[in-house]
Design a protein around this ligand. Structure first.
Ligand code: SF4
Length: 343
């Protein structure tokens, strides 16, 4: 699938280090390495799941790609519909503005991401006006279409966000995101603030829209069980780095990194009568201000060897389309999801 013309996004060695200031003179005494050398390619129409525990940098990667944060270093090559490639990391906010129509974000919290003083019509229609696409009746017609496409009744467009449920508010956010016909969407934990009962509905809607509109999606989540249904590929992040990346079924059935194995073991079995076997990771996630030496996972890895704390394992493609950062990836023979769920 590595067809160069098909690549919509190529991220190369992306870093975002936040300075830590201290003392009266606010000297820089260190850096929080929120994103520390992330690289991946994304194909047009592909869904990439970005997974990891809270604080691993996955949300920061998504926000940096859309230039809500300025990267410290690295490249973010985006291919426009006419084939031109633009390094988003090297342009200013003014140059970014026309590109914002093509790439949008879905936020985690549908409560705080919608302006409570605007009606749904204004919330969804605002981007159309800002970008000079439609006004007045034309904008209203487009808002009605968008509401229908996300399963909302257009007759409710003059209501305010507080008059809707959490799931409906996420649908309003989705309609706003789609209003400019974007090609690339970063969905930042789009269902984690919702009740379990409505999570599946919103996920199914997102999947249906992605397929129907041919969207390219980066789906950020802390829970592998949320991303596995929607993602073509999954990248697992730990303390600012990608530690494993593969096609979804390959990653679930043949994990090569001990951290992925632990995340897989935490997915509850579909059959409630089966208990499953869960790997309890010891200790806390290390601080990205002071990451461990050598392999960043060595402080919690049950397979760690002495050299793991000395030598940094690089993310390496060990099988076609399957990359991992572990010195012992080929020797460990880790269990896949089926084996954990039937244990
Ligand atoms: Fe564990 Fe060592 Fe592999 Fe790191 S390099 S994941 S510590 S076995």
């Amino acid at each position: 699938m590595d067809n160069k013309e098909n690549i919509i996004l190529e991220v190369k060695d992306l870093k975002l280090h936040f300075p830590i200031h201290q003392g009266f003179l606010q000297r820089v005494v260190g850096h929080v390495k929120a994103v520390d050398g992330v690289s991946f390619k994304l194909h047009d129409g592909e869904v990439l799941g970005l997974v990891g525990e809270s604080g691993c940098g996955k949300t920061t990667v998504g926000r940096t790609i859309l230039r809500l944060y300025d990267p410290t270093s690295g490249e973010i090559w985006y291919t426009r519909p006419n084939g031109d490639r633009v390094n988003l990391a090297a342009i200013n906010q003014k140059q970014m503005k026309p590109l914002r129509r093509e790439m949008r974000m879905i936020f985690q919290d549908p409560f705080s991401s919608l302006n409570p003083r605007l009606t749904v019509k204004d919330i969804i229609g605002e981007p159309l006006e800002i970008h000079g696409i439609a006004r007045g009746k034309e904008a209203e017609r487009r808002v009605a279409e968008l509401m229908e496409s996300v399963g909302l009744n257009p007759a409710l467009m003059r209501r305010y966000p507080h008059e809707f449920s959490g799931g409906q508010r996420q649908r309003i956010g989705l309609a706003r995101t789609l209003s400019l016909n974007p090609r690339l969407i970063v969905a930042d934990e789009p269902v984690s603030a919702l009740d379990v009962s409505v999570q599946a509905q919103v996920l199914n809607l997102l999947q249906e829209l992605q397929t129907r509109l041919g969207l390219t999606l980066i789906f950020v989540a802390h829970d592998l069980s949320v991303v596995e249904h929607i993602s073509d590929r999954i990248a697992v992040m730990y303390v600012g780095k990608i530690v494993e990346m593969a096609e979804t079924s390959e990653l679930l059935q043949h994990p090569l990194h001990p951290y992925t194995e632990a995340l897989l073991s935490a997915i509850p079995p579909a059959d409630p009568d089966i208990k499953g076997e869960r790997i309890q990771l010891q200790g806390e996630v290390p601080s990205p201000a002071n990451p461990p030496s050598g392999c960043i996972f060595h402080t919690r890895c049950r397979y760690a060897q002495p050299e793991c704390s000395q030598k940094i394992p690089l993310l390496t493609e060990v099988e076609a389309g399957h990359s991992v950062a572990c010195h012992f990836a080929k020797e460990l023979h880790l269990k896949g999801i089926t084996e954990y769920q039937n244990a």
